[in-house]
Design a protein around this ligand. Structure first.
Ligand SMILES: NC(=O)c1ccc[n+]([C@@H]2O[C@H](COP(=O)([O-])OP(=O)(O)OC[C@H]3O[C@@H](n4cnc5c(N)ncnc54)[C@H](OP(=O)(O)O)[C@@H]3O)[C@@H](O)[C@H]2O)c1
Length: 267
């Protein structure tokens, strides 16, 4: 775990998983920077965290889908040496088949789930690398490995979060900069809004359980955390298969025989 004297910046801290991250990070001794659009929610949470944990808590109301607001938060992350933890939690779904999808809603989803997360990571890593310390926690979802007929962009965005985070893990594998990606199943939050939840109630975890599992995983060195996965072998088998495929597709430029194309002439 990175130096607890540093600030932790949490996006999407106004509700659900992000609000619990803020609470648990304060309990671990971090001062906080809370980011989301709903200022009133951030103010109420900040007041409670100051009272319960005696930490410094700043709030920054920002719409991470708005380029100017995002640039403001990026500047904060890249400009302040006292930020040691970045939690990219803000995110949303946009569930509909592609034929009836609201394209603007899907574009907003990509702006928050993919673009904002990426830009904030890239704002953080130069400083983290320079001082060889820092922690990034990116919130993915099990839907990253569940291609979905009614949530294609959401599934794709979370597959991006998984692959992007794993690539950063690879970049910083020999350093003290840690990148954890957390892949929850259904969580009882405001995420589904007024829509009827698409899963039975017994499949929902509380946000407290998700975050407590993720910190436990982090403390035991699990940088890809699947809070609902009991048999960790399912993940290692999946990842081994990915490694086998990645090796198999990187060996040759000769067209596979099943396509019936002539082998290229030697250069
Ligand atoms: N709930 C689930 O079943 C589930 C499962 C797997 C993964 N996840 C992931 O967990 C993360 C947190 O979701 P949650 O379940 O805690 O849902 P939530 O209660 O709806 O929280 C989403 C947070 O994102 C913030 N946010 C949304 N749009 C934003 C924007 N344009 N700019 C800034 N902040 C924005 C919201 O704050 P404001 O509205 O105040 O801006 C809110 O704090 C997301 O990345 C989600 O994809 C959720």
């Amino acid at each position: 775990m990175t130096d607890s004297r540093t600030y932790a910046l949490v996006t999407g801290a106004s509700s659900g998983i992000g609000a619990i991250y803020a609470d648990r990070l304060a309990a671990r001794g971090h001062d906080l920077i809370l980011v989301a659009r709903r200022r009133d929610r951030l103010e109420a949470l900040a007041a409670r965290l100051r009272q319960d944990h005696g930490r410094q808590v700043e709030i920054h109301a920002a719409d991470l889908g708005d380029p100017e607001d995002l640039a403001r938060i990026e500047a904060l992350v890249s400009g302040r040496d006292d930020i040691g933890v970045l939690v990219n939690n803000a995110g949303l779904g946009a569930g509909a088949p592609s034929v009836s999808a609201d394209r603007d809603a899907v574009a907003t989803l990509i702006k928050i789930n993919v673009l904002a997360l990426t830009r904030l990571c890239l704002a953080a890593t130069p400083r983290f690398a320079a001082r060889d310390d820092g922690l990034i926690i990116n919130i993915g979802s099990v839907i990253a490995v569940i291609p979905s007929a009614t949530a294609a962009a959401y599934s794709g965005s979370k597959a991006y979060v998984l692959n992007f985070s794993r690539s950063l893990q690879s970049e910083f594998s020999k350093t003290n900069v840690k990148v954890q990606v957390v892949m929850p199943g259904p969580v009882r939050t405001e995420f589904f809004g007024d829509r009827p939840p698409p899963f039975p109630d017994e499949l929902f975890m509380s946000p407290e359980t998700v975050v407590d599992i993720a910190f436990q995983a982090l403390d035991q060195g699990e940088l890809v955390c699947w809070p609902t996965l009991h048999d960790l072998q399912a993940w290692t088998v999946f990842d081994d298969a990915r490694r086998t495929l990645s090796k198999a597709v990187s060996q040759t430029a000769v067209p596979p025989a099943r396509y019936g194309l002539p082998a290229p002439e030697a250069a």
